[in-house]
Design a binder for this molecule. Sequence first.
Ligand code: RIB
Length: 291
Amino acid sequence: MKVLNFGSLNYDHVYEVEHFTEPKETQSSLSYIRNFGGKGLNQSIALAKAGLEVYHAGKVGSDGQDFIDYLERYGVDTTYLTKDDSEATGHAIIEVCKGQNRIILHGGANQSIGKQQIDDVLDHFEEGDVLLIQNEISSLSYLIDAAHEKGMTIVFNTAPMNEKVFTYPLDKVDIFVVNEIEGAGLASCTDRQIEGIISALEQRFPDKEVVLTVGEEGSYYIGEGKVVHQDIYEVEAVDTTAAGDTFTGFFLASYLKDKDVAKALDLAAKASSITVQGKGAAQSIPDISEL
Ligand code: RIB
């Protein structure tokens, strides 16, 4: 079984601020740093640091060689990562304030992934292989259809949630990874109570598996007729960027190994509690030995 993460790569421009900038306000940042990020890249790093062999497919611009070097440093296979000189690598503007963040995305090369690139990559995968995706690249409907046609297991982290998600062939997804807002949105649930969201997800996706993270309330696995809960590990958050990506990567790496849901949720909770204690995205993801 091979694992393919077809996902975004962004330069994260991170500004630490005293408060989130208001309309009409100009404020100076307390600090600035440029990091490697993108939900796709972060999840590949998390999968690799959790000990799984992963292929990362995606697209960077002419300025993107650093991403290839960075992924390879952590053992991620970049054979299917394309460099397109006519595009700029995607980027994100991130304000960080008291551990919380606000993110503006510019898709760049992530949004110029097309059918030909998808066909070329999927030619190297087969039935039983796993495809992980997030909602930060183009042509996702085509990718889901093509991977399903091949008999791949499809894992979809629906972040960032927007109206495009509802246009994808969601019936072909096997495992959803969502937070409470994404979960409620996916199941068209107006109830904001966790129990309400869980039962709406069970009704909407009776034959799917769903991993639901709910901030300080921990996380849930919903599927195969059971609901499993995991508490968070309480820590002082410095920067929550990539906490969700860490959770997704560590959960999946562990779950694919032995299908032990409780163990996978626990490992993911531990790993993301370490991520929030460090600044930045990919660089704050721990190695499994630190857990
Ligand atoms: O999940 C965090 C990521 O979201 C950041 O690295 C940023 O690039 C955006 O994709």
